[in-house]
Design a protein around this ligand. Structure first.
Ligand code: SF4
Length: 682
């Protein structure tokens, strides 16, 4: 690095799944600023997190810079050799004593595709288990399962530019892009200024409501009923695309017969909205020429999350708005590379590229490629691993860049699970709540210190580039996994991230045409990209669904698993705020951001607050059947009466002390979006 001038390094924002391109300004091996670049997803925009919080954490004095081993309850610095030998010996010992499936690994949805690929390869080869997962399990696993079931591919169907430019209407459901995906929020607002009609379905008056054509303030947990009600209207009024249904889909009759019961009057009662709103929304969406469905965790984080996602497919197929521009079913993925972590096989069900563990031919393919026997048993999800640790069935866990104590539901059970382990390794940038439980902590390196790729929410694989050297003794993450695997008896080595991508391209048909040279020259590629002359796929399911015919599912509405009662009379839902990002490991180390948002709060409708004697800004106690926390009251009319809303970023007043650890049966995703709480002034 030349020390006398500022250089620009083009890379990808490390926060949400929008995948904004950003230029890091680097001087004397220090990042001194960030500027928006003209990427395909962000078109010269950056939000406050991308502009101010995308780099300051890199040089934070809190960074872990050397391996640490816990001795007599204290973390003591250790050499890499000492730490890696201990890790390999401990995991090998547990494997020999209790079997390979007593081990598990959580990979990092914020790290690169290459790190994730090598992590799951290490778990499957050296460790010998498919107990490998990533944090999509607790955010969009329902999208992966639901869209794969109905369409044949579990990813966003269209591109960000396509669904926010020149569309007639947008159905935005369970998504608050202004806070969670701010650049997409800005693009939706621009679309509205050019005439797009926005339908918002959300229990809160999110920021975009003021620009919307209609707001269906449906009670949290009622999405399936609402979509069934809209489909009832569309069929009853002859607005369904019968030609599309006949030629491109199967399963229509059962779905049609089921939604016949979901009259607007019946659905309105369940959702606590007006019947006419359901009729108007159905007409607006069905009659619009181009109209995408955009959704987020308000659809997925339910005990019926996968069913909610399949309802989105039902609705789009009913009106033929899929497989063409300006339409489709579009989940907004939460983390910068949560799409990529899934694509790379950090899943107990899937090898890279969603090739199924349950398929013997897939096992044989990877055994041949990797030169070792592989475990044919489907693994446990992260949400199954933690209870299994509490039951002493999982003994050793390797966590790469995740912080389940803060992020998983029912925190006291997560603490108990981690306490129950015989051996825990955490590879991290900072000392997190979870790292404090580790036996060995390894220093990770940040996005600005490595080369590789992220895949954004629209399936676009984009480069990240090293801007500064790693801190202290920290090493490339995938090289650490290679060292661990090698010491456990499975030799593994790569010279570069580019070489890892070449192996991915060989093994994953949908990445067959991807390499670093093309990514440089073509400004990223959208998978499926099967051959070197394949330009990638901006819109999926054109002419034919990935599964052949699109599958309609008849999905009855089921209420959330825990609803308000006399003891816990408020329905609590959760979500992201604009300024902070997930556990705040990165944004919480940016002073300006903390000045804007430095504590948790609970939104309470002013009528409920009046009844409880609570004023805006008061401290309150919030309790559920799992625990109690204290936080600040934010009183207003943003949230509907009898419901409350909390953000999930803060360890002080952590909402996950309260959330309900019940799960969707298919994706095993927790029901973060609905639980019952009580509130009292302090
Ligand atoms: Fe980063 Fe997301 Fe903001 Fe873009 S919208 S700058 S990717 S946080």
């Amino acid at each position: 690095f030349r020390i006398w001038e500022t250089t620009k390094v083009r890379t990808t924002c490390p926060h949400c799944g929008t995948g904004c391109q950003v230029d890091l300004l680097v001087k004397n091996n220090v990042i001194v600023g960030a500027e928006p670049a003209n990427g395909p997803a962000n078109r010269n925009l950056l939000c406050v997190k991308g502009k101010f919080a995308s780099y300051k954490f890199v040089a934070s004095g809190d960074r872990l810079t050397t391996p640490l081993i816990k001795r007599q309850g204290q973390f003591v610095p250790a050499s890499w050799d000492e730490a890696l030998t201990l890790i390999a010996d401990k995991f090998t010992g547990l494997k020999q004593k209790y079997g390979a499936d007593s081990l598990a690994g959580f990979s990092c949805s914020r790290s690169t595709n290459e790190d994730n690929f090598v992590f799951q390869k290490m778990m499957r080869t050296a460790f010998g288990t498919n107990n490998i997962d990533n944090c999509a399990r607790v955010c969009h696993s329902a999208s992966v399962h639901g869209l794969a079931n109905t369409l044949g591919s579990g990813a966003m169907t269209n591109t960000i530019a396509d669904i926010t430019t020149d569309v007639d209407a947008i159905l935005l459901i369970g998504s608050n892009p202004t806070d969670a995906h701010p650049v997409i929020g800005s693009q939706i607002r621009q679309a509205i200024q050019h005439g797009t009609k926005l339908i918002v379905v959300d229990p809160r008056k999110i920021d975009l409501v003021k620009d919307s054509a209609m707001h269906l303030q449906a009670k949290a947990g009622t999405n399936v009923a609402l979509i069934n009600g809209m489909m009832h209207v569309i069929i009853a009024e002859g607005l369904a695309d019968q030609d599309f249904i006949a030629k491109r889909t199967e399963g229509y009759a059962a779905m049609r017969d089921l939604v016949a019961e979901y009259t607007p009057e019946k659905v309105a009662k369940l959702c606590e909205i007006e019947p006419q709103q359901i009729i108007d929304a159905a007409r607006l969406y069905a009659n619009a020429g181009k109209a995408p469905i955009i959704y987020c965790l308000g659809v997925t984080e339910h005990s019926t999350g996968t069913e909610g996602v399949m309802s989105m497919s039902n609705l789009a197929m009913l009106v033929g708005k899929i497989g063409r521009p300006g339409c489709g079913v579009n989940p907004l993925r939460g983390q910068n590379n949560v799409q990529g972590a899934c694509d790379m096989g950090c899943s107990p069900f899937d090898f890279p590229g969603y090739q199924k563990v349950a398929n013997p031919a897939v096992i044989a393919k990877f055994e041949k490629a990797w030169g070792t026997d592989l475990n044919p048993k489907i693994g446990m999800t992260s949400t199954q691993v933690l209870p299994a640790a509490s039951r002493d069935e999982v003994k050793g866990l390797y966590i790469f860049g995740e912080d389940p104590i803060v992020t998983d539901p029912d925190t006291s059970h997560v603490r108990h699970a981690l306490d129950s382990l015989d051996f825990l390794v955490v590879q991290e940038l900072f000392m997190t709540e979870t790292a404090a439980y580790a036996d060995v902590i390894l220093p990770g390196i940040s996005f600005a210190e490595k080369d590789g790729t992220f895949t954004n929410t629209e399936r676009r694989i984009q480069r990240i580039r090293q801007a500064v050297t790693p801190r202290g003794d920290a090493r490339e993450d995938y090289k650490v996994f290679c060292e661990v695997a090698t010491r456990m008896g499975y030799p593994m080595a790569y010279d570069s991230a580019s070489q890892v991508m070449d192996e991915i391209a060989q093994l994953v048909p949908t990445f067959g045409g991807v390499n670093f040279k093309r990514l440089e020259n073509e400004n990223g590629l959208q998978w499926p990209c099967r051959t070197l002359d394949d330009p990638g796929t901006p819109i999926m399911h054109v002419g034919k669904f990935a599964r052949g015919l699109g599958l309609f599912m008849a999905i009855p509405y089921k209420p959330a698993k825990e609803l308000p009662d006399d003891d816990y009379p408020y329905l609590m839902t959760t979500g992201r705020m604009l300024y902070q990002y997930n556990t705040r490991a990165m944004t919480g180390r940016t002073e300006g951001i903390n000045k804007l948002a430095n504590h948790s709060y609970i939104e309470i409708n002013y009528q409920d607050a009046n009844r409880l004697g609570i004023q805006d800004g008061d401290r309150v106690q919030v309790s559920s059947r799992r625990g109690k926390i204290q936080t600040y009251a934010a009183v207003g009319d943003k949230i509907m009466q009898d419901s409350v809303f909390m953000t999930f970023h803060f360890t002080d007043g952590n909402v996950n002390e309260l959330t309900n650890p019940v799960f969707d049966d298919i994706a095993i995703i927790p029901e973060y979006k609905v639980c019952a709480v009580a509130i009292e002034p302090i």
